[in-house]
Ligand binder design. Sequence first.
Ligand SMILES: Nc1ncnc2c1ncn2[C@@H]1O[C@H](COP(=O)(O)OP(=O)(O)O)[C@@H](O)[C@H]1O
Ligand SMILES: CC(=O)OP(=O)(O)O
Ligand SMILES: [Mg+2]
Length: 406
Amino acid sequence: MTSSRVLVLNSGSSSVKYQLLDMSDSSRLAAGLVERIGEETSRLRHTPLHTGGESREWTGPIADHDAALKAVSAELAKDCLGLDSPELAAIGHRVVHGGKHFTQPTVIDDTVLAEIERLIPVAPLHNPANLTGIRTARALRPDLPQVAVFDTAFHTTMPESAARYAIDVETADRHRVRRYGFHGTSHAYVSRATAGLLGKDPSEVNVIVLHLGNGASASAVRGGRCVDTSMGLTPLEGLVMGTRSGDLDPAVIFHLARVGGMSTDEIDTLLNKKSGLIGLCGDNDMREIRRRVDEGDEQAQLAFDIYIHRLKKYIGAYYAVLGTVDAVAFTAGVGENAAAVRQAAIAGLEELGLAVDDELNAVRGDRPRLISPGTARVAVAVVPTDEELEIATQTYALVGKNVKSN
Ligand SMILES: Nc1ncnc2c1ncn2[C@@H]1O[C@H](COP(=O)(O)OP(=O)(O)O)[C@@H](O)[C@H]1O
Ligand SMILES: CC(=O)OP(=O)(O)O
Ligand SMILES: [Mg+2]
C-alpha cells in the first residue's frame, strides 16, 4: 500500500479549513470548512472532490476545535476517506507563530508543542486554535507524523534592519520583541507562482505580494527571499484588515488607557476585533462594502479609502525597499476577487511603471493572470494563493520519503 495522502488543517480562531490531498499527483480529494465554532449555529461544509459529489452542509452547535475536528473526521469517513485510512501519510498543520526558532516545516513532538504553546502571548488569536487542532489530530492518529508549517518561516530571511523595532535592544531581546511576519506560506507560494507567470526563476525576480484576506499583509520578496513584510511581533501591524487596525501611533494605546480608562485587554480587543473595516463602517466583508459604496454610502466610502491609502503606502515603501520591481501580485479573498481594490491601489502609480488594464482586471478566474497593459514596465498580477497545497507539499517533502514504500 502506498501512502501518499496528506490531510491539511488550517485552524483559525473560530474556524477550521481542511483539505485532503493525494500527493502522488497533488490532486484534491476533499475540502471543507467549519465556521462559527463555539456558537449555536456552527456550520460545516464538506465537498468530496474525488467523486465530483455535491457539497454537504450541516448547521448546529460545535463547541470547540476538538469537536470540530471530530466532525470533519466523520464527514471524511462517509466518503471512505477517514482518518483511519492506511493511505494517509501525514497531517500538515498551519501554525501561525513559530517565533525565530522554526525556519522550516517541522515534525511535531512534545518539545515542538511546548514551543508553540510558549508563543501564545504573541499570537493569542491563532496559536491556541492551532494547538487544539494538533492535539486532537494526534489523539485520532498517534502513529502518523504530524507536521507544523509556520506562517513565520518564510520571513526569517528578513535582515535585522527590517526585523528590529527601534527600541532598546536589551529590552527587545529579553522579551523577544521583533518583527516576525505572517501569512508566509502564502507569500512564498504566490511569489514563486508570480515568477512562473513571468516565465522566470524566483531567483531572478523582485515581487511585492499583497495578501488581502480577512487578515492582510504585504511583503517585499527579492530573488525568492523575503526582505520585508508588514505584520510584526503579532498579526496586528501593517495594512488595514477586516477587524484589525494595522499601523497606528503606539501612543494611541497609552492615550486610550490613561484618558479613555480602558484596560489592556479592552484595547487589545478593540484593535484586533473591533477595528479595521468593521470598526470604520460596521462591515468587514469587502463585497458588502463595495455594495454600499455603489449605493453612495459615505461611511463605507471612507473605510474603503482608508484601506486603499494604507495599501498604496506599502506598495510605495516596498518599491523603495526593493529598488527595482518586476511584479506586484494580488492574492487571497479580497486580492483575488475585488477588482475595485486592485484598480484603486494601483491608480496614480504610472510613474513607477505600474498600471492596470480595466478589461483584464475585470476578468474572473482561478488561474494566475496579468492585469497590467502589455506596455507596462512592471507586471501587475492576480495570483490565487493555495496555502493548503503548499502546506501539503512541504509536509510530504518532509515525511514522504519515509512512507512512500510502506
Ligand atoms: N467576490 C468578492 N469580492 C470582494 N471581496 C471578496 C469576494 N470574495 C471574498 N472576498 C473577501 O475575502 C475575505 C476573506 O478572504 P480569505 O482570504 O478567505 O480570508 P481568511 O483566510 O483570512 O479567512 C472576505 O472577508 C471578503 O471581504
Ligand atoms: C496571521 C493571520 O492574520 O492569519 P489570518 O489571515 O488567517 O487571520
Ligand atoms: Mg487566510
